[in-house]
Design a binder for this molecule. Structure first.
Ligand SMILES: [Zn+2]
Length: 648
């Protein structure tokens, strides 16, 4: 045996060690790829080997307070193609164009594309989808899909908002609560080779996670009634737009928020104005976007206005709370009030209100009384209460894009500014900010958070999350609040708000006529804020009519609208009329019970309503009554109007 030299031994040992080291490195690398890098590489392998088709989750519903679906999701299907698997492209294209109403050239182009998967049509109804499925066309997939539907079309359009094609909330509550509503998509995985050819029939289905529902404070019946009332008023007064908000002043729950003109949530990109629609093709993209944004805008919270005389309730409450004024203090109105070298007129100028108590001053809405009270309060304290009543901050309403008041800085409030602010001029707030302050004034003094969301619920209606809203800071004492309710009731029973007086109901409220800027342009906003019952308010509402033609006074224009609204919603909320002796003798106190007319032919329904001494208002087109408001059995005032929703 040949003796191996030391030199060779050394070489062998080196080789052995080198091989071992290389081996260890390779195994290590393999382990690294398999284990540590798997998260990165596996999806890439899937991408190569499969064509995932997404399964849309069911977007949660937006429900009213009685679980009526305002935004719901319907099951539909989507049809897609795997071009390499389609055997007879012409035949397939011809068939699909027929059933899906597609363009032939377009479809052929898609079927000839060198891509793994191409979508042909989404939101296909279930019957059509089933028809295509039964054909078993090679390379054509029919998958479950969903479609957002708004069954009441225009109902609360600017509040509910709409969602886009990709199941994403775009505006309103749809956008605000998207994280609850959206859910998570699932997938259908098909294993294919690198050319996109299916290897096996085996499909792996990862189910979607459906979204949660949002139960809101909206009452669909009250919302519809508010919309009907404001649309009639806007049309009658040829106004630019109108708003009605109805809420519970005790806890901030919003029952209705109506903006008119509105739009159909099922077609949010269709402009709602005939003039703009006619000019649509000549408009630039920017002009179109601006017009759509304007249509989607919720002016009750997104825009500010000069509140005018409804703001006098804030000046009054501040004056009483700070003891700057007492209810029986006396004032004299000469038709104007002098501040420094300025003469600021009462609305009654050149006539006067003469001698009046503070309460009579509020009933008369006499500007000099409020200017005098504000002067006694002083700019600093007045400003402090504007902050306390929430005019410098958002109300916190759960909708996107809320605006905030535009108010002078304290150092810029001189005697003239203070005087004009006392009756609601020279600053701007949102209608909802005014209602929040008014709620505090009548509910015992607490600044509530106006809101829509009550609960998040699961598929079976189980409560998953309850939204909580704090009672809010105490702005004024209970005593001041009690006094304010009494004064504001007298405004409606004997004062400037008496056009909203309803026999049997203790309503409180305040009118306003705000001149829009620039002044002397002849453009006004007529408004009316009201609440009932005065002794323990459960319902508060504001009516705003923007740029009415002809008569523009708040009391005259918005008063009757408020009366019509309250007359119908108070019985619905279970607020019973209590007549005094004088009222019992009036014809207006007669009541009637709403008959059951849902399902009837329109002619029979009209007769049944007239037989009960009531009137009607028809909503929609068709011969059958699909719904009614108020509901059957509700006791309403004689000659009240019943809204009939009709269809075929
Ligand atoms: Zn006066």
């Amino acid at each position: 045996m040949e003796k191996i030299s030391v030199k060779i031994k050394k070489k062998l040992a080196f080789c052995l060690i080198a091989t071992l080291l290389l081996g260890v490195f390779l195994i290590g690398r393999l382990i690294y790829i398999e284990i540590f890098d798997a998260g990165f590489l596996q999806p890439l392998a899937y991408e190569q080997q499969s064509r995932d088709r997404l399964i849309s989750p069911v977007r949660g519903s937006i429900l009213d307070r009685n679980n009526v679906g305002i935004a719901v999701t319907e099951s539909v299907c989507s049809v897609s193609a795997v071009p390499v698997q389609v055997i007879d492209k012409e035949e397939t294209a011809t068939y699909l164009c027929g059933v899906l109403d597609l363009e032939y050239d377009d479809t052929m182009e898609k079927l000839s594309k060198n891509v793994a998967l191409v979508r042909l049509k989404s939101k296909v109804d279930m019957d059509t989808a089933q028809q295509i499925r039964e054909k078993m066309l090679p390379g054509i997939n029919v998958d479950e899909d969903v479609k957002r539907v708004y069954p009441f079309k225009n109902l609360a359009a600017q509040v509910i908002g709409f969602s886009g094609k990709d199941n994403q909330g775009v505006t309103g509550l749809e956008a605000k609560y998207d994280s609850y509503l959206a859910g998570k998509p699932g997938k259908i995985l098909t294993v294919t080779d690198s050319r996109g050819v299916k290897i096996s029939d085996e499909q792996r289905r990862i189910p979607p996670e459906n979204g949660y529902n949002i139960v809101t404070t909206i009452d669909a019946s009250v919302q519809r009634y508010a919309e009907q009332t404001i649309s009639k008023a806007v049309e009658a007064k040829e106004a630019k737009r109108g708003i009605i908000i109805v809420l519970n002043p005790q806890n901030g729950e919003i029952y209705a928020m109506a903006n008119y003109p509105d739009f159909d949530l099922n077609e949010p990109f269709k402009i709602n104005s005939p003039e703009l629609e006619a000019a649509w093709d000549t408009m630039t993209e920017k002009e179109k976007n601006d017009a759509l944004n304007q249509m989607w805008r919720n002016t009750a919270i997104n825009d500010t206005y000069e509140p005018g005389s409804t703001f006098k309730i804030v000046t009054s409450a501040t004056g009483l709370e700070t003891k700057a004024v007492k209810v029986d203090d006396t004032f004299t109105c000469n038709g104007y009030y002098t501040v420094g070298d300025r003469m600021i007129k009462c609305w009654r100028y050149p006539r006067t209100h003469g001698h009046e108590t503070f309460v009579q001053g509020v009933q008369n809405s006499c500007n000099p009384v409020f200017m005098a009270v504000a002067q006694r309060i002083g700019a600093e304290t007045f400003y402090e209460y504007m902050i306390k009543f929430g005019f410098m901050s958002k109300t916190g309403v759960d909708l996107p894009g809320e605006a905030v008041g535009i108010v002078h800085k304290l150092e810029n409030i001189g005697p003239v500014e203070l005087a004009t602010m006392s009756f609601g001029q020279s600053f701007q707030i949102t209608p909802l900010q005014l209602l929040r302050a008014a709620s505090a004034i009548v509910n015992g003094g607490n600044l509530v958070t106006p809101h829509f969301a009550k609960y998040v619920t699961g598929e079976d209606g189980e409560i998953i999350h309850e939204f909580e809203y704090e009672k809010g800071e105490q702005v004024i004492s209970k005593e001041t609040s009690d006094t304010m309710r009494m004064i504001l009731e007298s405004v409606v029973s004997v004062g400037s708000g008496k056009k909203a007086y309803i026999p049997g109901y203790r309503l409180g409220g305040k009118t306003a006529t705000s001149e829009k800027l620039p002044r002397k342009s002849g453009k006004y906003i007529a408004s009316f804020m009201s609440f009932a019952p005065a002794e323990n308010p459960q319902v508060m509402a504001i009516v705003l009519i923007d740029e009415p033609k002809g008569v523009y006074y708040g009391g005259t224009v918005a008063g009757p609208v408020m009366k019509e609204l309250m007359e119908n919603i108070l019985p619905y909320f279970g607020v019973e009329p209590v007549y005094n002796e004088q009222e019992q003798e009036m014809d207006e106190t007669k009541t009637s019970v709403v008959p059951d007319i849902t399902g009837l032919d329109i002619k029979e329904a009209k007769k049944a309503i007239e037989d009960c001494g009531l009137t009607y208002f028809i909503n929609g087109e068709g011969n059958t009554v699909l719904g009614q408001f108020p509901l059957t059995g509700t006791e309403v005032n004689y000659k009240s109007s019943i809204i009939l929703t009709v269809g075929e």
